[in-house]
Design a protein around this ligand. Structure first.
Ligand SMILES: Nc1ncnc2c1ncn2[C@@H]1O[C@H](COP(=O)(O)OP(=O)(O)O)[C@@H](O)[C@H]1O
Ligand SMILES: [Mg+2]
Length: 366
């Protein structure tokens, strides 16, 4: 899949922009604060309908304006798909072929994997960052995962509300059973994903780092998944755990254990990477994770995602940078890569250079 056209209107600091990207490499070049990351964010939003950085939709709308829109044309298997996403009157709308589309119908034409310097925080930061990575990656391969996440969240909010309202036990019981079913689905998805990603990740991290870090990745659910348990047994086990937690959770006013408290652990030679990984090792780990994610996607979805690399070269040391470009040379998909200095990027052919200055993007002649 390749983006053949991208148009922005009143998106972040862009008033109006239109680009016809190269099917292979697109170098987005500009000083700091000019809008390079914003451009990638527009692509990410178009693909996922979720902002990568912003926590509120209105942050995406150009200051002083009321609406924003991103349009894209995507070529996939010889067909052109037209996608658009907009915010108007504070509401988000997704359009496919100019018609408003329900999210389930919207996804499928465009899949992206994004990598920004902020992702490095994932190794040492809070578990939430690692859960978000896992859920986003599952979603990229299987958009229906979004509903799994949201259904669980809704059920969890329901239980928390009942606990705070001191609702009677038989009512909480009903909620907990639903919650257990939603949780089991979410946990299975995370477990399966991490189990499939982990061996690839370990192989890549060794290659990227060019050294044996002995890195392992493991799903760490906050409620244990019983060995060899079928789905019914898992639901029952979760349900029983919450019944056991109920009195304490009532006092706290929220549900302490469950997928909302899951983690993914990384270890370096059996030590927690969260406590011990150096800056360089953290970067190698995150880079390897993203590459593993892409390989898994290619396998399960039979498609190569569009890769969005934000300012990564400046973050990597020369050796890891060289590995990154070896990977990119072999990667067959479309790439958008931002930089303040094109000299960092070892891409000499099959490329277009886009200059970004104060929210204006222009094509640079090579
Ligand atoms: N909603 C918005 N409206 C107008 N400008 C915005 C908006 N959101 C961010 N900006 C501006 O975008 C610029 C940052 O763009 P960014 O893409 O992060 O730069 P960089 O080129 O360094 O990646 C800042 O100048 C910021 O003030
Ligand atoms: Mg930036």
């Amino acid at each position: 899949m390749k983006i053949t056209r991208l148009a922005l209107r009143d998106f972040r600091n862009f008033a109006e922009a239109e680009v016809h990207p190269h099917p292979r490499f697109n170098v987005v070049w500009g000083e700091n604060g000019q809008g390079k990351t914003n451009l990638l964010e527009a692509i990410y939003w178009l693909a996922t309908l979720r902002p990568y950085r912003a926590s509120r939709l209105r942050e995406l709308v150009r200051w002083g304006h009321k609406a924003t829109r991103v349009d894209g044309a995507v070529e996939r298997d010889g067909l052109i798909h037209r996608l658009a996403v907009e915010v108007r009157d504070g509401e988000r709308r997704a359009l496919r072929e100019e018609k408003q589309a329900r999210t389930a119908h919207y996804f499928g034409a465009l899949a992206v994997v994004m990598f920004t310097p902020d992702d490095v925080a994932m190794v040492r930061g809070s578990p939430e960052l690692r859960r978000r990575f896992v859920d986003r990656a599952i979603f990229t391969g299987r958009p229906a995962h979004l509903a799994t996440v949201l259904d669980y969240k809704r059920a969890l909010d329901g239980r928390n509300r009942l606990l705070r309202e001191s609702a009677p036990d038989d009512l909480v019981d009903v909620y907990e059973y639903t919650l257990a079913q939603q949780a089991a689905r979410l946990m299975r998805a995370r477990q399966t994903f991490v189990e499939r990603l982990a061996p690839r990740f370990a192989a890549i991290v060794a290659a990227v780092a060019g050294e044996e870090l002995g890195v392992e990745m493991r799903y760490r659910p906050s409620l244990a998944i019983p060995d060899d348990a079928g789905d019914d047994a898992l639901v029952e086990a979760l349900y029983q755990s919450w019944i056991g937690d109920r009195a304490r959770d009532r006092e706290r006013g929220f549900t302490q254990r469950g997928p909302q408290a899951d983690d993914v652990g990384f270890t370096l030679l059996d030590r927690s990477a969260r406590n011990y990984a150096s800056q360089g090792q953290q970067r190698a780990i995150v880079l390897a994770l993203k590459i593993a994610e892409i390989q898994l996607l290619e396998e399960i979805r039979q498609c190569t995602p569009v890769l969005l690399l934000d300012d990564v070269s400046s973050e990597l040391d020369p050796r890891r940078n060289a590995r990154l470009f070896e990977f990119l040379a072999a990667f067959e998909g479309q790439v958008f890569i931002t930089t303040t200095d094109p000299g960092f990027l070892k891409i000499d052919a099959e490329r277009r250079i886009w200059r970004v200055e104060a929210g204006v993007v222009t094509r640079q002649e090579d």
